[in-house]
Design a protein around this ligand. Structure first.
Ligand SMILES: O=[N+]([O-])c1ccc(O[C@@H]2O[C@@H](CO)[C@H](O)[C@H](S[C@@H]3O[C@H](CO)[C@@H](O)[C@H](O)[C@H]3O)[C@@H]2O)cc1
Length: 606
């Protein structure tokens, strides 16, 4: 008992800062650097965690233990790593991170919510808090306690492959959507101080600091050229909200700001974030963020480590070369290139979050939350989010009566298009795996076709033909057609596009069908895409973004069970050569402006 009480850091009745200081004072340099190290699960093990006192492990976008791993599988694997951490000399528990950016979507059978662009169209802070809370439960259901979310990028050019991870081109909408942090972490009792409220809440991560959404021509990981006024008006505001709401970690961007790599930007990381804004949580690098400081990657790792740590990085998402990192940083400290107080600042922040979240008291995951994964309650919430995310852009040609809401009871209807029956496409990237998945048996969910089948009256015949030609359309007397088209799934630079065209043969399908019968086109995309050439032949047009597993949210709107409320969170361009073009620009000639949205009787929502 004496030994226990003497070790203040183990006493949960001690103040957090007392526990932090007590534990820090006991740590060797190697243990401190171990805490600053985050490794991918593929290189983690009981032994590695024990021997190196590793601070954190993660799943990168590709890193699932095996296809179809269940919540129990995840828990058993992660608990093994935790046992290793607890077996280290000081027994400092680790936390495990994953990209739960639209639900815990890399995990099989998780509820997949609409991607951020759809939530930006919904503009509903209460809804997004609930989504955060549901996501926290589905993350904890798998034994994970850290979500690399929310991305608070302000995407200023839809040619960026990560534009769907951004709530809006308007910084104010992004600021409002930081309320998801209250759902993920719980509401912080003291404004501006990091907080994680217990075992059904997770550490959140505001990312990617700063200006990730402003790169030239939307090229991923490249350079954002902007003056201080523009930076603080567009890309910085949501970080102040996130810090105020208690976000516990901030991830630094791969991109550069006016030619300087953000991972080496001491003025903005230490000077502004830590000293001016008094951020008290963890600044974490992005994946191989140090390696990617140089061209080619890892060209001068020692220098990258020196630049990153001196800039103010507290934890490094290596994720593989941890011994190289630890050796280099140890030598940099021993040779006075990196002062010990920089190391202590980093470790203090890491320990602070671990004590605040109760990790020392509850390091092991249990099976109590496994039924939260993909629960019906969460799927209902996701379906509501889909409904609120849809934006009605056209309903009836000039002089025609509105086409929507569609009648559920009629003789025969056509469902067509590349995206009508493809769960992978409707979930988008960061689902099951990094780039998303392609067909319908990789996860549990409802495609739009299946949603139509369950929405219509039993007497209505639903005919599905992915790519109907004119003869097919004219040889059936369909009352109307639902065409679902858009983009393939993508993530990061794989989604960078200079053309933003609809996946073939979407345009041909629209032409074959809409020139013969009444058609509503539902666009599944991570951003606005080229649509103007088809506008004249389309009767009704709905932007559905990347709705996720609950496709019934789309049919709820098409058949009029609910009224449209969604509004464009970003400008819908006419042609790509107008880009970048954002609300407020001097030259602003969009097909549909920022904020545009109709109700079914063609009343404008804003
Ligand atoms: O095939 N290759 O050789 C290869 C190489 C590099 C890759 O790069 C890697 O691919 C992804 C999947 O492994 C990783 O997740 C990251 S992305 C980064 O990861 C964080 C954690 O997942 C997220 O929170 C951030 O928001 C995101 O910017 C990296 O870009 C992928 C494949």
């Amino acid at each position: 008992a004496m030994a226990e009480s003497f070790m203040k850091y183990k006493d949960k009745n001690q103040a957090v800062e007392v526990r932090v200081q007590d534990l820090l004072s006991r740590m060797t340099l190697q243990e401190k650097i171990g805490q600053m190290t985050q490794i991918d699960r593929s290189v983690a093990s009981f032994e590695v965690m024990k021997n190196y006192s590793i601070g954190s492990t993660l799943s990168g976008g590709e890193s699932v233990p095996f296809r179809g791993a269940t919540a129990r599988d995840w828990i058993n694997i992660i608990n093994e790593f935790q046992e290793g951490a607890l077996a280290s000399r000081l027994g400092i528990p680790m936390f495990y991170g994953i990209d739960a950016i639209h639900g815990n979507a890399i995990v099989y059978n998780a509820t997949v919510f609409p991607h951020n662009i759809g939530l930006g169209a919904a503009r509903d802070a209460e809804l997004i808090r609930k989504i955060g809370a549901a996501t926290a439960l589905e993350v904890r259901a798998t034994g994970i306690s850290y979500a690399f979310a929310p991305c608070i990028a302000v995407c200023r050019d839809p040619r960026w492959g990560r534009c769907y991870e951004s709530y809006s081109e308007d910084p104010q909408i992004v600021q409002e959507m930081t309320d998801i942090i209250y759902g993920l972490q719980g509401e912080n009792p003291i404004k501006g101080i990091p907080y994680v409220g217990g075992r059904d809440k997770v550490i959140a991560c505001a990312k990617h600091y700063v200006g990730d959404g402003g790169t030239t021509n939307g090229i991923d990981e490249s350079n954002t050229v902007i003056d201080a006024a523009g930076l603080f008006k567009i890309h910085m505001p949501a970080y102040l909200d996130a810090i105020n709401k208690g976000v516990s970690t901030i991830m630094v961007s791969f991109s550069s700001l006016n030619g300087k790599k953000m991972h080496a930007n001491r003025d903005l990381i230490t000077g502004y974030l830590k000293n001016t804004l008094q951020f008290k949580g963890i600044v974490i690098s992005d994946w191989e963020g140090l390696d990617r400081m140089t061209t080619p990657n890892n060209a001068n790792f020692t220098n990258s480590v020196l630049a990153g740590i001196r800039a103010g990085l507290d934890m490094v998402m290596l994720p593989y070369n941890y011994t190289e990192f630890m050796d280099i940083l140890t030598n940099l400290v021993k040779n006075d290139y990196v002062p010990m107080e920089r190391i202590d600042d980093a470790v203090r922040r890491i320990l602070r979050v671990k004590f605040i979240m109760g990790l020392f008291e509850n390091p092991m995951a249990d099976f109590s939350l496994i039924n939260e994964l993909g629960s019906q309650a969460h799927r209902n919430l996701a379906r509501e989010a889909v409904r609120k995310s849809l934006v009605l852009l056209k309903n009836g040609k000039e002089g025609d009566s509105p086409l929507l809401p569609l009648p559920k009871r009629t003789s025969k209807i056509l469902v067509a298009g590349t995206h009508a029956h493809n769960l992978g496409y409707q979930c988008g990237g960061w689902t099951i795996s990094w780039q998303g998945f392609l067909d319908n048996n990789e996860n549990r969910g409802t495609t739009i076709l299946n949603a139509v089948r369950s929405a219509v009256h039993p007497s209505t015949e639903v005919v599905y033909k992915e790519e109907p030609d004119k003869e097919f359309v004219n040889s059936n007397n369909f009352t109307y057609a639902i065409i679902v088209a858009g983009e393939p799934s993508y993530a990061e630079w794989h989604g960078d596009s200079q053309t933003l065209t609809m996946t073939e043969p979407g345009p041909a399908i629209i032409s074959n069908v809409c020139k013969s019968i009444k058609c509503v086109v539902v666009v599944i995309s991570g951003r606005p895409i080229v649509i103007e050439p088809y506008m004249d032949s389309i009767d009704a047009l709905v932007a559905a973004w990347l709705p996720g597993t609950e496709g019934q949210g789309v049919t709820d709107m098409l058949f009029g069970d609910y009224e449209f409320t969604g509004k464009l969170p970003r400008t819908w361009f006419r042609t790509v050569d107008q880009l970048p073009m954002n609300v407020g620009d001097l030259h602003y000639d969009p097909l549909f402006p920022f904020g545009y949205g109709l109700t079914t009787n063609n009343i404008r929502l804003s």
